[in-house]
Design a protein around this ligand. Structure first.
Ligand SMILES: CC(C)(COP(=O)(O)OP(=O)(O)OC[C@H]1O[C@@H](n2cnc3c(N)ncnc32)[C@H](O)[C@@H]1OP(=O)(O)O)[C@@H](O)C(=O)NCCC(=O)NCCS
Length: 158
């Protein structure tokens, strides 16, 4: 009986700036995050985001596919100074615990240092259990707990 073949080691992941052709993959991953959107809507949003110089829009590529994305933006806060904020991030279920999330956040830290942000902030829903292990493991500390309110001005498109 031949010994079981060990799974092939995962290839190295790379982080790069998102591009418009990533829209379908980003849309599919957004659905995993709980924000389903059609690729055309995502493409339009991406087009706007990529035109903003104060946004960091990165994707993680592993096994020749886009397996995660992260969006961050810079804001000048009157009360707390110049910050970078991670406003969305997801790694595909099939690619988790392979370090892609860490690489995406590291790319954000590098960008935030480059723009001389004083801190990086991220709000994560209490329901996102993995994220509350992930961010502390990367050196983030709980700052505060908030309630998020919204007022819709137009009906949801999706
Ligand atoms: C949170 C998330 C982005 C992490 O991505 P990931 O690629 O799996 O994370 P990494 O492999 O880089 O993990 C880095 C470290 O974080 C910690 N970590 C990550 N996921 C964890 C989990 N489920 N349980 C415990 N620790 C975890 C570990 O310390 C891990 O290092 P290790 O694997 O060497 O032990 C991913 O789980 C995800 O997309 N979740 C759903 C969406 C979400 O919560 N997004 C964030 C909202 S702001």
């Amino acid at each position: 009986v031949s010994p079981p073949v060990p799974p092939s080691p995962p290839g190295a992941a790379t982080i790069r700036r998102a591009q418009l052709t990533d829209a379908p993959a980003i849309a599919a991953l957004s659905a995993e995050l709980g924000y389903p959107a059609d690729p055309n809507t995502v493409r339009e949003r991406l087009k706007r985001i990529l035109n903003h110089r104060d946004h960091h829009m990165a994707v993680a590529v592993a096994d020749q596919q886009v397996a995660g994305w992260l969006q961050a933006h810079a804001s000048d806060m009157l009360g707390s100074g110049f910050r970078a904020e991670i406003v969305g991030m997801v790694v595909s279920q099939a690619f988790r615990r392979r370090g892609l999330g860490r690489l995406l956040v590291e790319s954000t830290v590098a960008w935030a240092r480059e723009i001389e942000a004083e801190m990086i902030v991220v709000r994560s829903n209490v329901a996102r259990a993995e994220s509350h292990h992930f961010y502390p493991a990367l050196g983030f500390a709980i700052w505060k707990t908030q309630t998020v309110y919204r007022m819709r001005l137009v009906p949801p498109s999706q």
